[in-house]
Design a protein around this ligand. Structure first.
Ligand SMILES: [Zn+2]
Ligand SMILES: [Zn+2]
Ligand SMILES: [Zn+2]
Ligand SMILES: [Zn+2]
Ligand SMILES: [Zn+2]
Length: 238
């Protein structure tokens, strides 16, 4: 089957009007104008093409001019992209897809929902990479997903945030993904994490460091990890 460019344009517009994928016209458009599958294919092709251009120092967008020094695009393309974003901003359009924005955001409802979904998936992957939904404190049984987060095992979170320019909150999950889930992190609940940060130990098990808990712990019969560092009991302050 072949279509003239006029025909294919009309066809495409019909799909868009019906809320269907502009490429295949079969599934609902959930990613910009494309369905999930077409979007993934498209992204992959795009990635390969950009990579090839990058390797030879060409602008990743137009593939004709040389990329500006230290940049991925040529000056002309950089300006085009910047102007297009400004036009969207001025027109109240989503910076990602050009639909109208949600009030108070620079993105539309669909893109915001996609972003939230993606962030949740990245967070989930990080929690799973560090042992799953269970607090790593040997004396804690917390498994509620909303109470758990990733802790810097050696209390070097502040230094890490400085080094990586502010990987706090969600940023940390993205950083972990990008860096292939390095060691030095564990899953802790908000209570244990807070106690560890403020007092250096958790009252669940004051004679042990909430530290260096291996990623997959085997628990002993009483529910406490077999061995972690022993620390002296703190003198209670009255
Ligand atoms: Zn499609
Ligand atoms: Zn260019
Ligand atoms: Zn959008
Ligand atoms: Zn805990
Ligand atoms: Zn604890």
């Amino acid at each position: 089957m072949s279509y003239s460019s006029e025909e294919s344009k009309a066809r495409r517009e019909g799909f868009i009007a019906a809320g269907l994928c502009a490429r295949c016209g079969q599934k609902p458009a959930t990613h910009k104008l494309e369905c999930e599958d077409c979007h993934a294919k498209h992204l992959n092709l795009e990635r390969v093409r950009r990579e090839k251009r990058k390797q030879v120092g060409l602008c990743v967008k137009c593939g004709r001019s040389n990329a500006a020094t230290g940049k991925a695009m040529c000056e002309a393309c950089r300006k085009k992209v910047k102007d297009a974003l400004q036009r969207r901003r001025d027109g109240g359009k989503c910076l990602k897809c050009n639909r109208f924005v949600e009030p108070g955001s620079v993105h539309c409802k669909t893109c915001l929902a996609n972003q939230r979904k993606y962030s949740a998936a990245v967070r989930h992957a990080a929690i799973m990479a560090y042992g799953g939904y269970r607090c790593a404190c040997p004396g804690c049984t917390e498994t509620t997903p909303e109470f758990l987060h990733i802790d810097h095992t050696n209390n070097d979170g502040a230094a890490h945030r400085r080094e990586t320019k502010g990987t706090r909150g969600l940023g940390l999950y993205f950083w972990l993904k990008k860096n292939n889930y390095p060691s030095g992190f564990q899953v802790l609940c908000a209570n244990c994490n807070h106690a560890k940060a403020i007092y250096g130990y958790c009252p669940h098990c004051p004679d042990r460091e909430v530290n260096n808990a291996p990623v997959s712990r085997s628990r002993t019969h009483n529910g406490h990890a077999a061995s972690t560092g022993i620390r002296p009991k703190p003198t209670p302050v009255s």
